[in-house]
Design a binder for this molecule. Structure first.
Ligand code: S3P
Length: 192
């Protein structure tokens, strides 16, 4: 694991359980997840990337050709595989934790971190990017507001919640998550 100065600490805690990042589109799960994995000296995987690799299609193409229900089946399967693999940081798509089976698996095998962000932050961070099919069907602000209402009560079941703020760098956010994980302790092997 790296300390705040970027140096590797000598006695890095060993990851015992996967760390699953959850949150809405634009919360920063993938970009912060990569930094977090670097800080912890562990691997990183993005579940959307894995779905795309398995289907050899982009997420938008899967939605367009086969529909959202088909995407969700693939998403559930990919997450089950990732959760059974070596512990690492897993960034999920915003809908993944809404699935009952995935949620139960995450609860059993991983430590979940909800990157909670306000509507304005999400609108700002998703603007001008066309790769998210759910946001291409109307006003992104209205869609994201509706998803906040639907999903935040479920995301609140995560083990740890960290606020994702507009004025905060990815690096700082990753450090705050790392600190919250260390305080919580469940993600790491007990080496005492
Ligand atoms: C979705 C979020 C997307 C992607 C798909 C559906 C959702 O991932 O999985 O477009 O239901 O919120 P990101 O949250 O990484 O954008």
């Amino acid at each position: 694991m790296k300390d705040a100065a970027g140096k590797h600490e000598r006695h890095a805690p060993v990851l015992a359980r996967p760390i699953v990042l959850i949150g809405l589109m634009g919360a920063g799960k993938s970009s912060v997840g990569l930094k977090l994995a670097d800080l912890l000296g562990t691997g990183f995987v993005d579940s959307d990337d894995e779905i795309e690799k398995a289907a050899n299609l982009s997420v938008a193409e899967i939605f367009e050709r086969f529909g959202e229900a088909h995407f969700r089946i693939g998403e559930r399967r990919v997450l089950a595989r990732l959760l059974a693999g070596p512990p690492m940081v897993i960034a999920t798509g915003g809908g993944a934790f809404m699935d009952v089976e995935t949620r139960a698996l995450v609860r059993k095998q991983a430590v979940s971190v909800w990157m909670r962000a306000e509507l304005d932050v999400l609108v700002q961070r998703t603007a001008g990017r066309g790769h998210r099919p759910l946001l291409n069907k109307g006003s992104p602000r209205e869609i994201l507001a509706r998803l906040i209402d639907q999903r935040y009560p479920i995301y609140a079941e995560a083990d740890i919640t960290v606020d994702s703020r507009a004025d905060q760098s990815k690096e700082l956010m990753a450090m705050r998550i790392r600190d919250a994980l260390l305080k919580d302790g469940r993600a790491f092997e007990d080496t005492q």
